[in-house]
Ligand binder design. Structure first.
Ligand code: GTP
Ligand code: MG
Length: 340
């Protein structure tokens, strides 16, 4: 707010226009929970008490989840969700021509393995969020390192140019690993490391702030790949228990929207990693379900589920892609990086 106020008074008209081009507003509806059909003061209070004061957060819930969180019946919840879907500015419309123009700028990044590139229809796409989820040691961080290096390659070699921003929440970024992978593709390791910017995020609030910082830096450098490894670990550790679930999901939802904005504005790839629930528990049950559930599924364009296989091999499964068939790719993690 303070910054905005300053800009209003201190900057010239042309600078303001420039800034408006960068700050694209997404999903900021004026409507509130009180505007939902069938929601009186008592229900509105229940929704707010459960942490639902954002229509989009309601729109992406399932009736049973919302009912449980806000102590409402499932039928009522379904009606509220339907109302929220109408009122929340979920996507915003642009013309088919504009969309085609935007899509024509999409670039594809090689994974370093032909199997995975094929699975993804030619590689990882810009203007998209890719979620890589799987259990510990399944190769999520290795994929992050490999894509960081490959991004720097020229387009003829499957790269997308530009720079890489790595938000490291678990302290698992290793420059030595970048050196190995860079050397393997004939790149000068110190030049590679120069173009990979790493920040350690100490908690979820810090992680969210770092996205703003990338947005600022994006005005002077070509941001092509943003990695958040891991997206969910801080959120999971900080928002404990059932009572915190709605608040956590809303924060995550907002964070993902900020990341999607970065991907769109910079024609960049956002790669987020996510662990699966490692032990079945009363709350979620399925040990192969990624943390974050609904909201993450809604926000990511591509989801890759990784699992370990025999002989150190790994299997990546493409899940729920909008325009690609589900399928699997087998790859290896070697000293040189990801290989077929
Ligand atoms: P969590 O973050 O713990 O959830 O796991 P992750 O999915 O990020 O796993 P990660 O990408 O860190 O994979 C670790 C595995 O990659 C190791 O168990 C090794 O099998 C492999 N790996 C990592 N570095 C090397 C390396 O230098 N050489 C080889 N050959 N394999 C490596
Ligand atoms: Mg990891």
């Amino acid at each position: 707010m303070g910054i905005q106020g300053e800009q209003m008074s201190d900057t010239t008209a042309s600078e303001k226009v420039d800034d408006e081009e960068i700050v694209i507003e997404v999903d900021e509806p004026g409507a509130t929970v009180e505007d939902l059909p069938g929601v009186g003061p008592a229900t509105a209070e229940k929704l707010r008490d459960a942490g639902f004061d954002d229509l989009l957060a309601i729109a992406v819930m399932s009736p049973s989840e919302l009912g449980e969180q806000a102590e409402l019946g499932e039928a009522v919840s379904a009606k509220i969700i339907a109302g929220a879907k109408k009122l929340a500015n979920i996507g915003g419309f642009i013309s088919g021509v504009a969309l085609l123009e935007k899509r024509s700028q999409v670039m594809k990044l090689t994974s370093g393995t032909s199997a995975m590139d094929e699975l993804l229809g030619g590689g990882f796409e810009t203007q998209a969020i890719v979620e890589v989820y799987g259990e510990f040691g399944s190769g999520k961080t290795q994929i992050g390192h490999q894509l960081a290096v490959n991004t720097l390659l020229p387009v003829e070699q499957g790269g997308i140019g530009g720079e890489v921003f790595y938000i490291d929440t678990e302290d698992t970024f290793r420059p030595e690993r970048i050196t190995q992978m860079a050397e393997a593709v004939g790149m000068d390791p110190s030049e590679a490391l120069e173009r990979i910017h790493v920040a350690r995020a100490y908690n979820s609030a810090h992680q969210i702030l770092l996205v703003d910082e990338i947005q600022r830096m994006g005005k002077s450098v070509d941001v092509r790949l943003i990695i958040v490894d891991s997206l969910t670990s801080h959120f999971r550790a900080e928002y404990l228990g059932r009572g915190m679930l709605a608040a956590r999901q809303q924060k995550l939802n907002r964070h993902l929207k900020d990341l999607k904005k970065l991907a769109d504005i910079n024609n960049a790839i956002v790669l987020v990693t996510n662990q699966v629930h490692s032990k079945p528990d009363a709350m979620w049950g399925d040990p192969t379900k990624p943390i974050g559930g609904h909201i993450l599924a809604h926000a990511s364009t591509f989801r890759l589920y990784l699992r370990k296989s025999k002989g150190g091999r790994r299997i990546a499964r493409l899940v729920d892609s909008p325009n690609l068939p589900d399928g699997e790719a087998v790859f290896n993690v070697t000293t040189e990086g990801l290989r077929d």
